[in-house]
Design a protein around this ligand. Structure first.
Ligand code: PLP
Length: 337
């Protein structure tokens, strides 16, 4: 694998050579097969193409210093995929089968797992294939499940820059009962507000706070951080329950932090960032510091010093060390492949 950062493909643009595939029909899942990563035939009337019956997951396998490969919190991601499938009335993947598909996909592509800070990003996806263009309010009784793998490199190749975040206090990221589902439609819904704010204010991400209540950004959870204390939204159906969020809260609870999980509003966030930190959590970036909040009227609010905060940096390093096997895994989050 190349070590020149300039030559590295952008996140998600390079796929590993092999993928795993299974199909659902007549009430049962087929056996799964490893096949070359290549286009698949699909009926033009497939349910997903018309009614967006699809969901996916994203998590990583890491190469440790001794060359061994370890996948991080796969069980959590499989459970979330099953929950997404249930909430979209898609056939629910069998947990044991999906686990086998993930492990085999990592195994056959093991030569393509980059060294840290890279990783092999795993992307299971399920979609409804029932050929019926009149099934807007009928679930798809047929589906395809695919596990893709993608070698990815450091999200922060250019150094860890503080993010500029637009505070969207009117529009929703998604329908409020579907925020918890990792489905393409949610990203489609967030695209317009995100592109508009990018163009107007040159921001990196949008923090959705409909009615003033802080939720999450387009692709990451949101945490307010200071030494010994974290505030983040309590779990409800309006946002995705991030595995990184859970890992950070579990880790900091064990470090003796006070963890507040509750609803809070933009006003309280603006008070916090006068001398506290803010960060986004997710598989891709782990924990990314926020430097500036841009408000509806264009006002710019500095978060703490305006740089990535020291507690954010410390927590990010602690979690990365577990993922890369350089710190003990006290919670049993890593699994050797
Ligand atoms: C909308 C959204 N929220 C939060 C997250 C973070 O989730 P996780 O930590 O499980 O990657 C993601 C990324 O997958 C996301 O797309």
């Amino acid at each position: 694998m190349t070590t020149n950062p300039q030559a590295r493909p952008a996140f998600g643009t390079l796929l590993a050579d092999r993928m795993s595939i299974a199909t659902f029909a007549n009430g049962a899942w087929s056996a799964d097969r490893m096949v070359p990563t290549a286009p698949i035939p699909m009926h033009p009337g497939a349910h997903v193409l018309h009614y967006a019956s699809s969901c996916f997951e994203g998590f990583k396998a890491y190469r440790w210093a001794d060359g061994s490969i370890h996948v991080f919190r796969m069980d959590r991601h499989i459970e979330r995929m099953r929950q997404s499938s249930r909430l979209l009335y898609l056939p629910v993947p069998d947990a044991a089968q999906l686990e086998r598909m993930v492990l085999q996909t990592i195994d056959v592509n093991r030569e393509q797992v980059p060294e840290p800070p890279g990783a092999l990003y795993m992307r299971p996806v399920i979609f409804g294939t029932m050929p019926n263009i009149g099934a807007a309010s009928q679930p798809s009784t047929e589906a395809t499940l695919i596990v893709l793998a993608s070698p990815v490199w450091d999200y922060f190749a250019g150094g860890m820059k503080p993010l500029r975040i637009y505070v969207e206090d009117e529009r929703h990221r998604t329908a409020e009962h579907l925020g918890v589902v990792k489905t393409g439609g949610n990203y489609a819904a967030a695209m317009g507000p995100t592109l508009a704010a990018k163009e107007k204010y040159g921001i990196d991400q949008v923090l959705f706070c409909p009615g003033g209540s802080v939720q999450e950004t387009g692709a990451a959870n949101f945490l307010l951080i200071r030494e010994g204390h974290i505030l983040t939204r309590s779990l409800d159906s309006t946002f995705l329950h991030g595995v990184t969020r859970d890992s950070l809260l579990t880790m900091t609870r064990a470090m003796g932090f006070r963890i507040e999980e509750r609803v809070f509003d933009v006003r309280e966030m603006l008070e916090w960032v006068k001398d506290g930190e803010a960060a986004l959590s997710g598989t891709a970036a782990v924990l990314a510091g926020v430097g500036t909040l841009v408000l509806h009227d264009g006002t710019e609010v500095r978060v703490g010093s305006g740089d990535v905060g020291p507690v954010t940096q410390k927590l990010r390093a602690a979690l990365v060390a577990i993922q890369n096997g350089t710190a003990p895994d006290a919670h049993g989050w890593t699994r050797k492949v």
